[in-house]
Structure formats: C-alpha cells, structure tokens
Design a protein around this ligand. Structure first.
Ligand SMILES: *Cc1c(COP(=O)(O)O)cnc(C)c1O
Length: 371
C-alpha cells in the first residue's frame, strides 16, 4: 500500500532526487576542499538564476530544515533597532519567538490567523517604534493563505526599512519578485516547493546587507549568515555540510528547471488544485478564506464539517483501501485552529489520478462518518 502524503512536510520526491543516495553511497564526497567548491558554486548560481537575482542577491546554504533558515536570518540580518513582525499565522509567531529568545527588540503585530495585515496600522507602528527590519511570512502554511508581500515591500521601501520574508512554503511554487517587492532576506528550504528532502535550508540575501552583516558577528555561532557567506563564496563551509543533501538539492533544481521552471511548477499545482477544490465544493466543504488574502498553491485549509472529528477522518483515510493500493495521510490544523480546520496539501510527485481517487475516498469517508 502506498501512503500518499497530503501533508507539507514529507512526501514522495522525484526519482532523480531519490537516486542520489544510491550513487552517493557508492562514492561519498569529503565536505572540504576542491570537491565542495564546484558543487556550491553551481548550486548558488542555479538558485540565483531561477529567482532572477544574479546581480542583486546571494544564496547562503545551511544544513538544517526550514526553521534553521528562520534562525539564521533573525540571528544575522537584524540590527540593534530590532524588528516588527507580522504575526497572522503560526510561522510569523515562530519568527517572533525566535527573535525574543535571542533578545532582539521585537514588535509583534498580532492578528487573528489569516487576517490580512493593515498597511496603515503597520506604517503607524513603524513610525512609532522605528525598527530597522520588518519580518513576515509569504505562504502561511498554517492557514493556507498568502500574505501581501508586495504591498508591505512598497511600505518598507518608502520608509527605508529592511524586509525579511519566510518563503519556505512559497519559494519555487509561487511567484516571488525579490527586487520588485524589495525583499532583502528570503528564508527558504529545499523541502516543500522544490521537492527535495527536509535537511537543507538557505537564505537569499541582498548584497549590500550581506556586506554589512559579514562585518559583524551573528547572534547564533553555527547559523551566522555573514560568516558562512564569506566561506561559501570561496568554496568552503565553516563546519561539516551535508554533501549528499547538496546533491539532492541540485537534482531537485535540475528537475525543476528541465520540467519548465516556475511557470510549469505552478501549472502542475494548479491542475491538482482544480481537481481538489472542485471536489471540495462538490462535497460541500468550506475553505478557510480571509478577505484580501489569496490561497496558497501548496494546499487548502478546510473547515471540518459538522459532526466530523479530525482524528476519525484522518484514520479513515489512512486505512482507506479501494483496491488501488493508495491510502492517504492528511494534516490537522495547528494551534488555535485545530478542531475547527483541517488541511490537505498537494505537494510532491503524484499523478492527477491520485488526487481524483483522493476526492472519492474523502467522499466515502465523510459519508461514513456523518451517517
Ligand atoms: C514548513 C514551514 C516552516 C518550517 O519548516 P521546517 O522545515 O518544518 O523547519 C516555516 N515556515 C513556513 C511558512 C513553513 O511552511
């Protein structure tokens, strides 16, 4: 039985990525010296090319899952004036929690989950508190919605404030215009939209800011972007870096590029969403939406129907057996929304047929539970 992951965390990956561990196992590469440099150079160039930032930003890679890049960014890219963080989902709060734990001056602009941030309120807070940076999340995975990064970027540009964006759930699967949206630090992981394993993360940082931070010490020794950038631009890394993961990162990027890059990736997700969102509508499931906020490409947050308990639904789908050899793992909501909302993600390497079968399975399981 194949367990189809409808979660945003771990799912089936392209064959090209899976193959790396086999070939790498036959000939591991020492993560030092001449073998490392070409790999890092190729990777950093491919990321810059795909994000269209070759002239303006640089990529710095760390061995960690996505949250490691949040830590690296807040530990390295915020000056003594501190940060205002838009916290309208779980990950905005995570960014703010990390800052507070590091003793950074943090102004937390808290909204109910998924509520669109108000530009004039933010402008008033920025004028009052004078932080040097605004932090926010682009793809808010806990509510399935996209924050208006472009609008916030216009404001930070006008006030000459740095902008830091958690794009872990949106990089390589949503449109992101780093330069037009005035993003100084983009927080990314290789898992999620790029379809590699969750063991590397990276930050894409504006060159002027990189120069500035490489002249001062970051707050977290192991995750210091300035120090790591100085090592990586000359082909090294300050500590051991996971080379197998770097090669998987490259295989995922090559796969992404050969299959047509961002527009093709978005198209693939839109085809899945057409099947899924039409299906939800037919089954009478209501999506979690907020005024002025667009839905993410990676998945959909849905209200639990009357009388249906999340655990029962998840168990029924995990035990699903219609002879097609596929069962389904779905995802609960996080924090205050659990018990109200559940989430279905459409990430990874699955065929459209799989999503059609899922909608039938969902229909049967809901009928059974509501009977
Ligand atoms: C998944 C996710 C994270 C956390 O990434 P991990 O790899 O689980 O550490 C952070 N921010 C957003 C927006 C995410 O979707």
């Amino acid at each position: 039985m194949k367990r189809v992951s409808l979660t945003p965390a771990v799912f089936h990956l392209p064959e090209r990525v899976n193959k790396i561990s086999e070939t790498y196992g036959k000939q591991p590469i020492v993560p030092r010296g001449p073998a490392l440099k070409p790999i890092l150079d190729r990777l950093r160039k491919k990321v810059s090319d795909q994000l269209d930032v070759s002239d303006t930003h640089e990529t710095v890679v760390f061995t960690a899952a996505g949250s490691g890049a949040i830590a690296a960014a807040v530990g390295s890219c915020i000056d003594e004036r501190g940060i205002l963080i838009i916290a309208n989902d779980v990950y905005g709060h995570r960014q703010a929690d990390f800052c507070e734990q590091l003793g950074i001056r943090t102004i937390r602009y808290t909204l109910n989950p998924g509520v669109k941030p108000d530009i004039s309120e933010i402008e008033a807070l920025l004028r009052e508190h004078q932080p040097g940076t605004v932090g926010m999340v682009h793809g808010c995975t806990s509510v399935g919605l996209l924050n208006p990064v472009k609008e916030i970027g216009e404001l930070t540009q006008k006030l000459n404030i740095r902008l830091m964006v958690d794009a872990i759930a949106s990089v390589f699967v949503e449109e992101i215009e780093l330069n037009n949206w005035h993003i100084d630090t983009l927080i990314c992981s290789t898992n999620k939209g790029l379809h590699s394993n969750p063991d590397l993360c990276f930050c894409v940082v504006e060159k002027g800011l990189l120069e500035e931070i490489s002249n001062r010490q970051g707050r977290i020794p192991y995750l210091d972007i300035g120090k790591t950038w100085l090592a990586q631009k000359s082909g090294g890394h300050p500590y051991t870096i996971n080379i197998r993961a770097l090669l998987e990162f490259e295989a995922a990027l090559d796969d992404f590029i050969e299959r047509g890059g961002l527009s093709a990736r978005i198209g693939m997700y839109q085809d899945r969403l057409k099947i899924l969102r039409d299906g939800y509508q037919r089954l009478g499931l209501k999506a979690f939406l907020k005024e002025g906020m667009a839905q993410q490409n990676i998945g959909t947050a849905l209200f639990l129907p009357e009388g249906v308990n999340y655990d029962d639904l998840a168990t029924a789908l995990a035990q699903w057996d219609d002879g097609s050899e596929e069962c389904f793992e779905i995802y609960s909501a996080q924090g205050e929304l659990s018990g109200v909302v559940f989430r279905i993600f459409n990430m990874g390497e699955y065929s459209l047929k799989t999503y059609e079968r899922f909608i039938s399975a969902l229909e049967s399981c809901l009928k059974q539970l509501q009977a």
